[in-house]
Design a protein around this ligand. Structure first.
Ligand code: FAD
Length: 568
């Protein structure tokens, strides 16, 4: 197997990966980025509504306010020292993007504009129309092109991390075009592989969000954290699941039930539609379950998002993409008609456990963006806090990984491990794989997660779901690949992805079943209250030698804000 060498190997080219690459490269080291899709097709391109940061303290915003909103939004599970650092580093990232050419939307006086967003008590979402991610990614991508010491491997699929004595040494990856596997020897690594949205069928996520990076780190010995906390965004378009950004409610949109009532008045009388996502999603599901929703296709019952009072001009200017999505996908003009929406799998609060420096428990390996758990977002993330998390932790990990790599000698990769991986993928799966049809298994996994690990959960359902996923893992076998060709073998890639997803589905359900309380996005019908006495703690998941998840718990770090009841 051919070996490629680099100083810092970054897996993932979304916001977090590109930001990390620029930071590392600016410090003079060689940077390689692996990405299974073209960099500009990373999910970050789809983020819409905005990016949070305190820009105008003179107008009443403050770091403390942003931090408090984040902690309260997290249902007090966020680690407060990390949150305090995170809000302080946020503004410089907005300005850096600005200097690199980001076309932020402007106030009349020319300063960067900010819009309101759920759970934030100040309008602090910087935005570029409702295509913020598209512009942010273009800005970062253009900036990477200025560095000769950044090389992007587009359409290379990483299959495993090479770790020896708990030290990161590199990774194996398939060049999808040729179907060849290569080993990367690297002095430092950064995981930036994004979320796990495709564990669900009804999801806002692109097809590439398949948990690969989290599963790879977990298999290599890195503990993962808080995997039971999955965010369901209130406004997934029915039936596709495509996101209607919270910008719609930020700009003044209402939610209505089948009686035409703005039902949020009952659940969050002050914040109404702009309460945090967990609160709004539960309110919507209660309305639907109590018969005040609308019947949708395939059980996707829904409520209405009403934008009609905003007027065509405002919708066309500030919610351009939303208008386009409604028109193209449903033939609905949101200025005139109601939009059908329902909570949709949207974000993973958990991920690879990292410290304040973004370091994982594997020496020489960092993690940034949605795949990490630092934990800024605790049990529920506020809208616009994720993109800024990607930028802040991209910066932190890029800096730390580069400094670490600069002082280290080149070392050979653990050859045997790389060769074993080549055998596993090509002999064990591509040529000799066993198991049932992976596409049917994937659909069944997604149905199981959607049924048992959605907005409302129950111990009985979680047990049932866990048993079902374990059965599916047996049926999956090693993974069966029908297409034996080498070049661009999507079938092989799908099987490798499903292998990662099935393992993570088991982890999510195991952690969710164990947490016998309701906190943030994790709501147990059989344990409807938050239980700070027993559960004010993070779940840490280790993989045993037998490949099973083993749970442990660590305390939440609290600095200023004592846990209190959340009212909105
Ligand atoms: C529709 C939508 C709208 C959103 N709106 C907002 C918003 O308004 N504000 C906000 O703050 N957040 C928003 N979010 C959340 C936010 O966009 C994401 O959390 C963030 O973009 C994740 O970025 P990332 O860099 O961690 O990963 P991603 O952008 O998901 O990138 C993951 C990268 O990993 C690579 N990768 C994965 N597996 C492998 C592998 N095996 N081998 C090689 N490469 C691999 C992929 O190719 C990709 O480059 C939104 C999310 C969605 C889905």
């Amino acid at each position: 197997m051919e070996v490629l060498r680099t100083d810092v190997l970054i897996i993932g080219s979304g916001l977090a990966g590109l930001r990390a690459a620029i930071e590392a490269a600016s410090r003079g080291v060689e940077v390689s980025i692996l990405t299974k899709v073209h960099a500009m097709r990373s999910h970050s391109v789809a983020y819409a509504g905005g990016t949070a940061a305190v820009l105008y303290p003179e107008e009443g915003d403050s770091f403390d306010l942003h931090a408090f909103d984040t902690v309260k939004g997290s249902d007090y599970l966020a680690d407060q020292d990390v949150v305090e650092m995170f809000v302080r580093l946020a503004p410089q990232e907005i300005l850096r993007l600005e200097h690199w050419g980001m076309p932020w939307s402007r106030k009349k006086d020319g300063r960067i504009d900010q819009r309101p967003f759920g759970g934030h008590s100040f309008d602090r979402a910087c935005y570029a129309s409702d295509k913020t991610g598209f512009y942010a990614m273009q800005t970062l991508y253009n900036t990477t092109l200025k560095y000769d010491n950044i090389k992007i491997y587009h359409e290379w699929f990483a299959t495993s991390l090479l770790v020896e004595d708990n030290e990161f040494r590199g990774a194996t990856a398939i060049e999808m075009k040729s179907g060849e596997m290569y080993a990367f020897e690297a002095k430092a690594g950064i995981m930036a592989t994004g979320g796990i949205g495709r564990l669900y069928n009804f999801t806002t996520y692109g097809h590439s969000a398949t948990a690969d990076g989290i599963a790879m780190a977990y298999r290599a010995g890195a503990p993962i954290e808080d995997m039971e906390f999955i965010q369901f965004h209130p406004t997934g378009l029915v039936p596709s699941g495509i996101l209607i950004s919270e910008a719609a409610r930020g700009e003044g949109g209402y939610l209505r039930n089948n009686k035409g009532e703005r039902f949020m008045a009952k659940y969050a009388p002050q914040k109404m539609e702009l309460a945090p996502r967990d609160v709004v999603s539960r309110a919507m599901m209660r309305e639907i379950m109590e018969g005040r929703g609308f019947e949708g296709p395939n059980g996707l019952d829904y409520v209405h998002l009403d934008l009609t009072h905003l007027g065509d001009e405002k919708i066309s200017e500030k919610l351009t993409e939303i208008k386009m999505l409604c028109m193209n996908l449903l033939g609905i003009n949101p200025a005139e008609e109601m939009v059908p929406v329902r909570p949709v799998a949207h974000y993973l609060m958990g991920g690879i456990q990292v410290d304040m420096n973004g370091a994982t428990k594997i020496k020489g390996l960092w993690a940034a963006g949605e795949c990490n758990c630092s934990s800024v977002h605790g049990a529920n993330r506020l809208g616009t806090n994720s993109s800024i998390d990607c930028l802040v932790f991209g910066y932190i990990t890029g800096k730390n990984a580069a400094e670490y790599a600069a002082g280290r000698p080149e070392r050979d990769i653990p050859k045997e491990k790389a060769e074993m991986e080549e055998k596993r993928v090509f002999d064990g799966i591509l040529r000799g794989g066993t198991g049932e049809d992976p596409y049917l298994i994937r659909r069944e996994m997604q149905n199981t997660m959607g049924k048992y690990a959605y907005v409302f959960r129950h111990g009985d359902g979680l047990k049932e779901g866990l048993n079902r996923i374990r059965e599916l893992r047996k049926l999956f076998g090693t993974g069966r690949v029908a297409d034996k060709s080498k070049e661009y073998n999507q079938n092989l890639i799908h099987v490798l992805e499903l292998d990662f997803m099935l393992e993570m589905a088991e982890v999510v359900l195991t952690a969710a079943l164990a947490r016998t309380e309701s906190r943030g996005a994790h709501y147990r019908l059989d344990y409807p209250n938050r239980d700070d006495v027993n559960w004010l703690k993070h779940t840490i998941i280790y993989r045993t030698k037998e490949g099973l998840p083993m749970l442990d718990y660590i305390p939440v770090r609290i600095t200023k804000w004592k846990p209190a009841e959340r009212k909105y």
